[in-house]
Design a protein around this ligand. Structure first.
Ligand SMILES: Nc1nc2c(ncn2[C@@H]2O[C@H](COP(=O)(O)OP(=O)(O)OP(=O)(O)O)[C@@H](O)[C@H]2O)c(=O)[nH]1
Length: 243
């Protein structure tokens, strides 16, 4: 860029531009890869709580149903690689399935969650898994999570049953508690590792293509998905149903 000497405005503009470019390149190097993970399961199993515990180390005792899809981000370091995960928290309520189903095809990793104190939520895993088979990419990585493991006295689903179901689907299995922060980092990190491994060839090709400053980021926009808040639902969580 050619600067006209003595022109204060141009100089300020150039300095600001260079600072902005520097800022962008620093931003670009904050992570090496970006992946999308998704949390699925019946309403009330604790999907939002799992996510809030993982990203913010917080736990909320009230159940405020998610509308559509919400998301949070976190950066992990795995084997020296900085991986940024965008984690979508989906509504478990049937009425939002038209919206949440739009997101499956962009997920690289999926956490299927049931509540160990709720047999129905466990039985419904079969339905969630078949939705994933139908709608998610072939390469999608999945793990099974039995949440609320702190509620041992109210347990309805034995741990062996969870293990058995996970084996049937070829998934790894974790019992977690968002309440006591048990196995939360372990499960999210393991899923991210599986996604990294599944995409290794593409990532190697990307790095060898000379993109040293860019990040591997499959972020083409979603088709427009929009939901209007349902006034009959009472208090509900903020949502990011359209992007
Ligand atoms: N004891 C216990 N309660 C939990 C745990 N995780 C979540 N809960 C409670 O379960 C209820 C539902 O949690 P949410 O995270 O809102 O459930 P959700 O799956 O996101 O529900 P939807 O948004 O309706 O799909 C809340 O009252 C939470 O406090 C846990 O690990 N242990």
């Amino acid at each position: 860029m050619q600067l006209s000497v003595g022109c204060a405005t141009c100089w300020e503009y150039a300095t600001a531009s260079l600072a902005f470019v520097g800022f962008l390149s620093t931003m670009a190097k904050q992570y090496d890869f970006l992946f999308r993970l998704m949390i699925l399961g019946d309403t009330g199993v604790g999907k939002t709580c799992l996510l809030c515990r993982f990203t913010d180390n917080e736990f909320y005792s009230s159940h405020i149903s998610t509308i559509g899809v919400d998301f949070k981000m976190k950066t992990l370091k795995i084997d020296g690689i900085k991986v940024r995960v965008q984690i979508w928290d989906t509504a478990g309520q049937e009425r939002y399935q038209t919206i949440t189903r739009q997101y499956y095809r962009r997920a690289q990793g999926i956490i299927l969650v049931y509540d160990i104190t709720n047999s129905h939520s466990f039985q419904h895993i079969v339905k969630w898994a078949s939705d994933v088979d139908e709608l998610a990419p072939d390469k999608v990585q999945r793990i099974l999570v039995g949440n609320k493991a702190d509620e041992e006295k109210c347990r309805k689903v034995p741990k062996e049953q969870g293990n058995k179901l996970a084996k049937t689907y070829g998934m790894e299995f974790f019992e977690t508690s968002a309440c006591t922060n048990c196995n939360i980092n372990e499960s999210f990190t393991r899923l991210t590792e599986l996604v990294l491994r599944a995409h290794k060839n593409e990532m190697d090709a990307f790095q060898h293509s000379g993109n040293e400053t860019d990040t591997y980021d499959d972020m083409t926009p979603l088709e427009g998905v929009r939901v209007e808040p349902d006034n009959g639902l009472g208090s509900q969580k903020a949502c990011a149903c359209w992007r």
